[in-house]
Design a binder for this molecule. Sequence first.
Ligand code: CMC
Length: 355
Amino acid sequence: MDTGLENVVAAETVLSDVDGQNGRLVIRGWPVEMLAASMAFEDGAHLLWQGMFDTLPDVRALGARIGAARADVFAHVAEIPDGLDVISFLRVGWAMLPDDESLDAAIRLSAAGAVFTAAAIRRARGEAPIAPDPDLSHAADFLRMLTGRVPDQAEARALDAYLVTVCDHGLNASTFAARVVASTRAGLVSAAVAGLSALKGPLHGGAPGPVLDMIDDIGAPENAEAWIDGALGRGERLMGFGHRVYRVRDPRADALKAAVARLPGTSGRIRFAEHIERAVLGRLAKKYPQRKLETNVEFYTALLLEALGLARDAFTPVFACGRVLGWTAHAREQIGEGRLVRPRSVYRGPVPVPA
Ligand code: CMC
């Protein structure tokens, strides 16, 4: 038995390959660094959904359908109750969408990610939601729906880089959850809601907010070592470090660091983060000499999303806006397997007393 299932192979996939020994991530034949440097959200959707649906339009037409779907799902925003945090708002909003296994369902989920996340953030700030502009790119419209202004190209490119960098990552916890639900034939919406529910945990996609808390708490380079020693001494995990699969640096960390660096005005923040990163890695190496704990995707995610003006409680929902492409693609791949996922457990409870 393997409680964390780390040595269990539970699916065959053509979607992505995580090489934990060599720190490589390949998504449908593309190294993640190339994806991050050149692809937009719409390209990522096209890449992951190819072959997963009977028909898939070309990238331009797919982008137009995602844009139109943003406009369609906006009507649901008014139906989502007040008082929800950003992730719950997204979960409730997604759950309102028609649940089936079609390309339209995948498109609606992807479109709604940006619409509901932006609306949730604005509502939390006491601001009215902004209606989508279907003619903008998905990333540009996402930022416009947040701020009310069309972003410059560098900002939209940075968000695209983030969304495609996190669009898929092997059989991580949320993708596995999505595949299990899809195997029951519950529909893509149910699979995505399950994925989101798994993603929100701090050991998976909930880490970038706490990463920023750590950076802010440390405050100045000279405080780093003492702060880290204090946290490790209390048995805390340092967010943005360590990974179940990677034994070397997570390749997404540098892809995202490069994306932050392309944004003007970020060099000071990057230098400070690098200082903290070096200090953490030094301390972790000392504490766990046998176990290589390296920087993961969440560390530079925090810096990138902060630079784009996102509040930290929106980080995980924005992660979900990228990962929904992978969840829907995996869900379709699992449906294609035609087999319900149903592992077994070993019973350790009391046995009935003989009569
Ligand atoms: N800070 C301090 N100690 C750590 C950390 C960390 N970030 N990561 C692992 N350890 C310790 C861990 O407590 C364990 O110590 P002990 O044996 O004394 O209990 C030892 O290192 C070995 O842990 P492991 O087997 O490598 O841990 P795992 O595979 O169960 O956990 C992890 C992987 C990502 C949950 C963990 O590294 C962690 O909690 N990191 C912080 C949270 C984080 O950054 N999460 C985002 C993950 S990347 C996004 C994604 O792809 O999902």
